[in-house]
Ligand binder design. Structure first.
Ligand SMILES: NC(=O)c1ccc[n+]([C@@H]2O[C@H](COP(=O)([O-])OP(=O)(O)OC[C@H]3O[C@@H](n4cnc5c(N)ncnc54)[C@H](O)[C@@H]3O)[C@@H](O)[C@H]2O)c1
Ligand SMILES: [Zn+2]
Ligand SMILES: [Zn+2]
Length: 442
């Protein structure tokens, strides 16, 4: 699948209109760094790579002080996103210290502490003017995405050549195009552990709740209790949800959500028909259903078979459960990153029940990150450190991918440190070895 996608893209050539240089040029000093690279399905490797050079005026080079792994990286790990190439550097969630600035950078200086959005926005197109940064028109030259979707999302860091082919931040250094636009300076009173997740998880989960229109008094269902779902549960409560039903099968994740007030959980390994259970608990159905799960884990034999035979790329089971579980004219939000096509989608129920079926899209981080930083993190209304289960060194990324994929040992969001990281903040996990905690359970 990867070879075919890469060949198609190379045959079509780059889509016109991108203004960003995505070629990876080594810094002339010849410096080297550690970085996590994609080698093939279920195969990633920490390698010695070149430190990237500035290639355009508005570029910034960051020394990475914190990075992490995301459910979206698992789609890459399994080779489910097209146009990956061997030795691609992964990672779209990171923060760091400005190391070099291009001559066109106006608002950042060397030494400044910043977090970076997972998307690369130009700051000037019709979407960027509304801070809809993930939908930027000018930073992704994927002709394959243009053909499949009719338009292109923004370029994303470390997320295949389908999203622009930009080297990512699971590395000691990274190049950030349009540095002024894509870096958010972090005030001294906010720790690295609280700042890092502004790159994706916090704005993404917030966007899912806001964009799906969760309102005061709503009864909300959240499918998938990884970091995105855990945060979505909390945002829904902060927006006034009267009750949340949280669905997953991982015991530690169910427990983490279930201990909150107004939250009931359903373990789908024990409950065969989740919508039937929900309709028994909430006669008439949910006001909102949020799909924070994952498209690559079929439950039924039907979808296991279709996926194995490549008759579908994406599994619609969670979306169908959401559709059946909402009330008439209820809302379903899809923040889980689907990529292509599925079969047996319950389109009839969407129409007949008047379901507002909302693709939330890749989250426009720039629309929310200042609000979340200033109104929620700095005021203490939302403390993102609740979700950090472990802290590990960059050298162990390979082991971390395997453990995160298996959801081993209660792993949830992880803080990955580099040689440039500050020591852990008070109350946050100290560094541990993946082998130590997975040996106990695997
Ligand atoms: N749209 C965006 O901007 C954006 C950004 C980041 C992540 N995402 C996506 O959000 C999703 C969640 O991310 P994460 O980091 O929390 O991932 P994760 O892989 O850690 O968590 C996914 C959870 O979903 C659960 N799950 C799987 N099938 C399920 C089902 N049928 N019903 C209920 N739960 C089910 C899994 O057990 C797991 O706990 C991923 O699909 C990721 O790609 C989207
Ligand atoms: Zn992510
Ligand atoms: Zn733009």
């Amino acid at each position: 699948m990867q070879a075919l996608a890469n060949a198609a893209q190379s045959y079509m050539g780059p889509a016109p209109g991108s203004v960003v240089e995505n070629e990876y040029k080594p810094d002339p000093s010849g410096r080297k760094m550690k970085a996590l690279t994609w080698q093939g399905a279920d195969n990633v490797k920490v390698m010695e790579c070149d430190v990237p050079a500035i290639t355009q005026d508005k570029d910034v080079i960051l020394k990475v002080t914190g990075t992490t792994i995301c459910g979206s990286d698992l789609h890459l790990y399994h080779g489910e996103i097209v146009a990956l190439q061997k030795n691609d550097i992964l990672g779209h969630e990171f923060m760091g210290i400005v190391d070099q600035v291009g001559p066109g950078v106006k608002h950042l200086q060397k030494g400044q502490r910043v977090v970076v959005s997972f998307q690369i926005a130009c700051g000037e197109c019709r979407y960027c003017k509304q801070k809809l940064s993930s939908f930027c028109d000018r930073t992704n030259d994927s002709s394959l995405m243009q053909t499949m979707y009719g338009q292109r999302d923004a370029g994303f860091f470390g997320y295949s050549h389908f999203t622009g082919g930009f080297p990512g931040g699971q590395a000691e250094y990274v190049k950030v195009p349009f540095g002024d636009v894509n870096c958010l300076p972090i005030p001294d009173d906010v720790s690295d552990e609280k700042a890092l997740y502004l790159s994706d998880v916090l704005p993404t989960s917030y966007h899912c709740v806001v964009d799906t229109g969760v309102k005061e008094g709503d009864v909300v269902g959240v499918w998938g209790l990884g970091p995105i779902g855990q945060c979505a549960v909390r945002w829904a409560l902060l927006k006034g949800a009267s009750r949340v039903i949280a669905i997953d099968c991982v015991p530690a994740r169910l427990e983490m959500a279930g201990k909150l007030d107004k939250v009931d959980t359903i373990d789908f390994s024990q409950v065969k028909d989740v919508p039937a259970k929900i309709l028994e608990m909430i006669p008439g159905g949910l006001d909102c259903a949020l799909d924070c799960g994952t498209f690559h884990e079929p439950k039924s034999l039907l979808h296991k078979a279709q996926k194995a035979l490549m008759l579908e790329t994406d599994v619609p089971e969670t979306a169908n459960e959401c559709i059946r579980s909402v009330r008439k004219m209820g809302r379903v939000g899809l923040i889980a990153a689907y990529a292509a096509f599925c079969n047996q989608f319950n389109i009839g129920a969407v129409m007949e029940k008047g379901v507002r079926f909302i693709g939330n899209g890749q989250a426009p981080v720039h629309l929310y990150w200042e609000e979340i930083l200033n109104d929620y993190i700095r005021t203490g209304k939302f403390d993102p450190t609740f979700m950090i289960s472990h802290r590990v060194k960059i050298d162990e990324f390979e082991e971390l991918y395997a453990a995160f994929d298996k959801r081993a040992a209660g792993v949830n969001k992880v803080f990955v440190e580099t040689k440039f990281s500050a020591p852990p903040s008070e109350g946050c996990p100290k560094v541990s070895s993946v082998k130590d905690w997975t040996d106990k359970v695997l």
